[in-house]
Ligand binder design. Structure first.
Ligand SMILES: Nc1ncnc2c1ncn2[C@@H]1O[C@H](COP(=O)(O)OP(=O)(O)OP(=O)(O)O)[C@@H](O)[C@H]1O
Length: 236
């Protein structure tokens, strides 16, 4: 396998049998994600984005096909290995931040890194996401954008191979959303982290190094963007 490839999906399908009807949430998906790339997966509701993210993140298995992370076939993993895969290799960022309300920002990040082998320095990462002076505050004392920064710090501090973000700006107002996208781009560059964002928000695609469009479970377009724009220039 090309050593620049971080993840590879080969002919991945996910079928659901609903009585007489078979729903293909993913259909013959072939995909390469290269190391250090900033990838945006775009598609309308129901196009299969979450299905793909769940499969790449080791939260779900395809009905057909194979998925490789750093050359290892994760679809052959048992539950124990998949748990270790999610813990070590993937940093998740979701629309809702899923923070522990009774822990401070710093403790939220610390908790996630405790079980990881190559965790980064927590204070440095909190500084990098702009929360250096807020780390002893509790989530309820912080804005939505700040809470998403904690969630990003928590994902990054694990030092995963891939940051998987599901509608990371979905719960934020426009300006805060742009700041979060700017932060994700900075993390991508500063830590050379591969980032995949899935979203239905078309303008976000303009900041991608690679843009993947999905429709009805299929990839209908997969193209390199030669001139990704600075997130601060995105409008929606
Ligand atoms: N557990 C399930 N059982 C049956 N059908 C499912 C299941 N999960 C997903 N699907 C179907 O698979 C298709 C793709 O769903 P998916 O959630 O991946 O889309 P999506 O692009 O993430 O949508 P959204 O942006 O609304 O979250 C949809 O038609 C959905 O109804």
């Amino acid at each position: 396998m090309d050593s620049n490839i971080l993840m590879k999906a080969e002919n991945v399908s996910k079928l659901y049998q609903m009585g007489e009807v078979t729903v293909a949430a993913a259909k013959n998906v072939d995909l390469n994600i290269y190391k250090g790339e900033f990838v945006v997966v775009l598609g309308p509701s129901g196009s299969g984005k979450s299905t793909l993210l769940n499969i790449l993140g080791g939260m779900d298995l395809p009905t057909d096909g194979k998925v490789f992370m750093e050359g290892e076939d994760i679809t052959s993993y048992n539950d124990r290995k998949l748990t270790a895969y999610r813990r070590e290799k993937i940093g998740f960022v979701f629309q809702f931040y899923n923070l522990m309300a009774n822990l401070t920002a710093r403790e939220n990040v610390e908790l996630a890194t405790e079980i990881c082998k190559d965790a980064l320095n927590i204070d440095e990462v909190l500084e990098a996401v702009g929360l250096g002076d807020r780390k002893d505050h509790f989530p309820a004392q912080m804005s939505g954008g700040e809470q998403q920064r904690i969630a990003i710090a928590r994902a990054v501090a694990k030092n995963p191979a891939l940051l998987l973000c599901d509608e990371p700006t979905g719960a934020l107002d426009f300006e805060t959303g742009i700041k979060i996208l700017t932060l994700l781009k900075e993390i991508n560059k500063k830590y050379n982290k591969t980032v995949v964002i899935i979203t239905h928000n078309v303008p976000i695609g303009e900041m991608a190094d690679r843009l993947i469009k999905m429709r009805s479970g299929e990839i209908i377009e997969d193209k390199i963007n030669d001139s990704p724009i600075n997130p601060e220039r995105i409008e929606w």
